[in-house]
Design a protein around this ligand. Sequence first.
Ligand SMILES: [Zn+2]
Length: 211
Amino acid sequence: MTDKHEQIYKAAKLLEGKGADRERIRSAIAELIEAVGENPEREGMRLTPERVARMYDELLAGYWTDPLELVNGAIFDVSYDEMVLVRDIEFYSLCEHHMLPFLGRAHVAYIPRGKVIGLSKIPRVVDLYARRFQVQERMTRQIADFISEVLNPHGVAVVLEAVHLCSVMRGVKKHDARMTTSAMHGAFRKNLATRQEFLDSISRGADPLRM
Ligand SMILES: [Zn+2]
């Protein structure tokens, strides 16, 4: 593996192994059902531990996604040096404090320095970090850092808007509470006009975030 490949692996922040221990999740969920005082043997819940265990394979897949496979064959040399923007990327993540979903949209922009990545890969980079136990601030930074690492662009900007079910479902219900986070690197941090162009582009014609 080259140094570059190692750096991409490092930026991906994977966990050891190839996946979660499904049998342990199954028994933990069975225990949870009993701890609540529910009947784990009743028809509707009998298969729930197994279903939840399988579900986590998908919802947490980002911990074990091979980042080189993800970008493989999708990086191209070009002389284009204007902003590339992919906006309104849907994402679903799990907050690490409550293990409840937070979901919303990601907007990702970069200014190429001789290299671009296939458009369809950007949502997969978002998923690489969304499909974990997360906090929104860290996820935002990780997406920006990964794109910086892979493309070495003149600048990267990432904005995430999300609704957190842990605040919507509990206590004082605030259905409209949503959080916006951003990470700006390079030209987006240094150059006000570039940053403003990006912020204008993502607000233009945007629907309000709904669930
Ligand atoms: Zn939470």
